[in-house]
Design a protein around this ligand. Structure first.
Ligand code: CMP
Length: 143
């Protein structure tokens, strides 16, 4: 069976709204295996590093300030077709455009405060997972 990894981040609004358990429940129910998980508080420089690809965007300051405003929960997830399936599960970046039944549609307030991040390609999934977790902390516990 071929599997793929993606990095999810439960964002500070998810933690503030006490939705960690509910969001992880939906993720697991959709068939994703948790390979690594922790709670971290990013400082501004760490948030800027993670989102460097967006550094020229007008919302970069807002995004990095928000992501460093409270704790986050990064999670390495594994599944067949993990990247695309996770993006389907969470819904569009703008919660107003997210499909019914998606995590962002259910819980997100705005484009900036949108509960959860998901990698946009398998390559970025690996890079982003390693931003938070060295390879030896990503556990193959079902093997
Ligand atoms: P995420 O999946 O974490 O990747 C980049 C983030 O930038 C995105 O989710 C949004 O939270 C944020 N973002 C994208 N567009 C905007 C915008 N127009 N205004 C504020 N934040 C945005």
């Amino acid at each position: 069976m071929s599997t793929e990894r993606t990095l999810a981040i439960l964002k500070p609004d998810c933690i503030r709204k006490n939705l960690i358990g509910e969001v992880i429940r939906r993720i697991q129910e959709a068939g994703f295996i948790v390979r690594a998980i922790k709670m971290v508080r990013l400082n501004l420089r760490e948030a800027e590093g993670f989102y460097e690809v967006h550094s020229a965007r007008p919302f970069f300051g807002e995004l990095t300030t928000f992501m460093s405003s409270g704790p986050c929960v990064p999670i390495v997830l594994e599944k067949n077709n993990a990247v695309a399936d996770f993006r389907t599960l969470i819904g569009a970046t703008n919660p107003a455009e997210a499909n019914e039944g998606t995590i962002r549609r259910a819980f997100a307030d705005s484009m900036g405060e949108n509960i959860v991040h998901g990698s946009d390609s398998p390559e970025n999934g690996r890079i982003e997972a390693n931003y938070f977790f060295p390879e030896h902390e990503i556990v193959n516990h079902t093997l």
